[in-house]
Design a protein around this ligand. Structure first.
Ligand code: PEP
Ligand code: MN
Length: 337
């Protein structure tokens, strides 16, 4: 309360809280009075107590996201992608390396990239059929044709597939072909899309918005969870900072922070964070050491001719180096790789 507030003003706040079904506990100091409020936090958060002129500040102690929070689910979750022989768990005990071409370009390029990924021990294949490009003149992806290529390669190589959906209208067709739906950084706040993937019946890979706080990211996950889908894997992919040497700045702190706030698995995409292949292995090592439950990396059989993100795509020998680093580090940390 503002200093010097009257008993009547304190009682006014107590009245508002009690009318809403909550309880209020008054703590009177010499200079300040603090009113602790307990009850249904959704109801209380909407009370607009700052409209009472004697209220100086309202501080929310509970988190605004529930279903994805550690407060409501103490243990850490494992999300299983794909089914039967292709099932891949991602979680505290099960680290997953996910690799593939940024964009599906041709059947041959997708198959080659998938075989590279499989040989190196990657668990899931990732490739984009719908590409959210900064420039409208850049390659936008093959759309449904790309999804069909992914389905064919999935069957041929025997790997479950992760692919991005950029529009709520495409969720059904993408879900027909994919084992996991990726929501990209540019769509993290597309609430209609989040709600649509929440009812699509497939696990969701939710990338962090490039300017999103942890709370905003977890609120985005809450949109998916609220629709009944708790199979969500979070993915840190770098944020916008003043540094221009890398495409984005990988926020390593997000891994232990978000793991503490949420029970959902957290992966790291060092490729889109750095934008340069020479940083992918060192950033991956850092991510595993920080507690990441998996990595998402771009690979390409011929990065020099890639239609999208060639400079960050690993070649086979670099992917093998990465896979070896994953094996050594996850082993040292006592998790299954
Ligand atoms: C991608 O994974 O291909 C992609 C576009 O990533 P982001 O949304 O993180 O930029
Ligand atoms: Mn990309």
């Amino acid at each position: 309360m503002r200093s010097g507030c009257s008993v009547a003003e304190v009682n006014e706040v107590i009245g508002v809280v009690e009318d809403a079904g909550g309880s209020a506990f008054v703590s009177r100091g010499v200079a300040r009075t603090i009113i602790g409020v307990v009850g249904d936090d959704d109801v209380l958060a909407n009370l607009n107590l700052t409209a009472v002129s004697a209220v100086a500040e309202v501080i929310r102690v509970t988190q605004p996201y529930k279903l994805v929070s550690r407060e409501h689910h103490a243990g850490r979750s494992t999300v299983v992608v794909g089914s039967g022989e292709l099932a891949v768990p991602i979680g505290p005990d099960d680290f997953a390396l996910v690799a593939g071409p940024c964009a599906v370009e041709t059947p041959e390029q997708t198959l080659e990239a998938a075989q590279m990924a499989k040989r190196a021990g990657a668990r899931l294949l990732r490739g984009g059929a719908y590409k959210p490009r900064t420039s409208p003149y850049a390659f936008q992806g093959l759309g449904e044709k790309g999804l069909r290529i992914l389905s064919e390669v999935r069957a041929e190589v025997g790997m479950a597939v992760v692919t991005e959906v950029v529009d709520a209208h495409d969720v059904d067709v993408v879900a027909e072909h994919a084992d996991m739906l990726q929501v990209g950084t540019r769509n993290m706040s597309n609430f209609a899309l989040l709600q649509a993937v929440g009812v699509a019946g497939k696990p969701v890979l939710l990338k962090r918005g490039m300017t999103a706080t942890y709370e905003e990211w977890l609120m985005a996950a809450e949109y998916v969870a609220q629709r009944g889908n708790l199979d969500i894997v979070l993915c840190e992919r770098g944020i916008r900072t003043f540094e221009t040497a890398t495409r984005n700045t990988l926020d390593i702190s997000s891994v232990p922070m978000v793991r503490a706030l949420s029970h959902l698995p957290v992966m790291v995409d060092p490729s889109h964070a750095a934008g340069r292949r020479d940083l992918v292995v060192p950033l991956s090592r850092a991510a595993i050491a920080a507690g990441a439950d998996g990595l998402l990396v771009d690979v390409h059989p011929h990065p020099e001719s890639a239609l999208c993100d060639g400079p960050q795509a690993l070649r086979e020998e670099e992917l093998v180096e990465l896979s070896e680093a994953c094996r050594v580090l996850t082993g040292a940390l006592g998790r299954r790789g």
